[in-house]
Design a protein around this ligand. Structure first.
Ligand SMILES: Cc1ncc(COP(=O)(O)O)c(C=O)c1O
Length: 393
């Protein structure tokens, strides 16, 4: 759960301050707000923390994806490639932009399979969205190489990997533009909220315009007289979110280090179990540590193990508990829409056998900051019991 576990008096004080100043809107009212701009402060701090030139606070991670797609000029007729295992928002954002989602398999990293990515590029591919699922970076060297060779932009969906990194660079900073979510269950939270980050000034400016009805935010004219060159919509972040974000960001390193420590403790205690395999980590030092994933040889065993863990009072996270919202093979409504859009039945739920095989054999345990030693021991004992009964070891 990360940041939501740590919500405390600092966040409360910041929210009260915003309300007492009486300006909840991110732009304008300079005198009334005593020139204090919390969204702008959150953006500046976030950009510095993450190591990028520009950050734009938005209403949610979904909004961040939509804004980023607009900034790189995605339009109807374009194809955008993403992966089979992601939260439904990644694909919804592509469809909201009017583009066609093209979906790759995942590999044992539980992120985009670069081989399948290469196979799915066409003349219409305008962007690739690798998703850093459950805190772990995707195989960015391979993905960036493919994108570069084909002159295609990369938008990183880092909504589930705030603070994670890949080979020394924070996720979100590796491609052309990156997106984060601060919803209630993310590494840090502003209740709802998101961030778009980029080093590219043009992409940043287009993001700022698009997220605010096209407003160009000219500081020399009142908002009502502002210029406009593109249309947009309202994806703005509010000052309350910005104020909470400033405090939560100051907690991010602590969140990551506690999660990593707790995860390592469990992993070390179960690594000797024969037949249980861990998820591949493209950069083990960059793992945000919020989830431990392990695989059984057969899906039947994973199902049995899940039942045992549930009986022991140990919750699983996304795999398999919420796979319904995180795997295209479960989204009949999206498949039907894509078929309607194409005018022929070319999509079906069974187009990703490699992903299906990996996901159905996997169990994910959520790791949090405030796990007690007793609870960590309970998880370890629960996994050992489940492995013994299913694998016979
Ligand atoms: C991978 C991924 N992308 C996008 C989103 C959307 O973020 P939000 O809930 O802030 O709209 C989420 C949220 O769960 C996510 O996990």
């Amino acid at each position: 759960m990360g940041g939501s576990e740590l919500l405390g008096k600092e966040e409360i004080a910041e929210v009260i301050n915003v309300i007492e100043r009486g300006v909840l809107f991110r732009y304008g009212f300079d005198e009334k707000r005593k020139n204090i701009f919390k969204v702008a402060e959150f953006e500046e701090n976030f950009a510095r923390y993450i190591g990028i030139n520009h950050a734009l606070g938005v209403a949610s991670g979904s909004a961040a994806l939509r804004v980023a797609l607009a900034s790189i000029g995605i339009e109807p007729g374009d194809e955008v490639i993403t992966q089979s295992f992601t939260f439904v928002a990644t694909i919804e954002a592509i469809m909201e932009a009017g583009a066609t989602p093209v979906i790759t398999e995942i590999d044992r990293s539980f992120n985009m399979d670069p081989n399948d990515l290469e196979a799915k590029i066409t003349g219409k591919t305008k962007a690739i969205i690798p998703v850093h699922m459950l805190g772990v970076p995707a195989r960015m060297d391979e993905i960036c190489g493919i994108a570069k060779r084909n002159n295609i932009k990369i938008l990183e969906d880092s909504c589930q990997a705030c603070g994670s990194s890949y080979k020394g660079k924070k996720t979100g900073t590796i491609g052309d533009i990156g997106c984060f979510s601060f919803d209630f269950v993310k590494t840090i939270t502003t209740g709802e909220g998101g961030m778009v980050i980029t080093d590219d000034e043009e992409l940043y400016l287009r993001s700022t315009y698009f997220h605010d009805h096209g407003h160009e935010h000219n500081p020399d004219v009142p908002r009502g007289k502002d210029g406009k060159s593109i249309s947009g919509f309202n994806y703005r972040m509010s000052e309350i979110q910005g104020a909470i974000g400033v405090v939560q960001l100051s907690r991010l390193d602590h969140v990551i280090s506690k999660q990593r420590k707790n995860k390592t403790r469990i992993k070390e205690a179960i690594k000797d179990i024969d037949g249980l395999e861990f998820r591949d980590l493209p950069d083990k030092d960059g793992d945000g540590g919020d989830t431990l994933i392990f695989l059984f040889p057969k899906s039947r065993m994973a199902k049995e193990a899940e039942d045992i863990l549930t009986k022991e009072g140990i919750e699983t996270k996304i795999l398999p508990s919420a796979l319904g919202w995180h795997y295209i093979g479960n989204w009949e409504h999206i498949i039907n829409r894509l078929n309607r859009q194409k005018g022929e039945n070319i999509y079906s739920l069974d187009l990703w056998p490699q992903s299906e095989n990996i996901l159905n054999r996997a169990i994910a345990i959520g790791i949090s900051v405030n796990m007690t030693d007793d609870y960590l021991d309970k998880i370890i004992a629960g996994i050992r019991k489940a492995a013994k009964l299913t694998l016979g070891v």
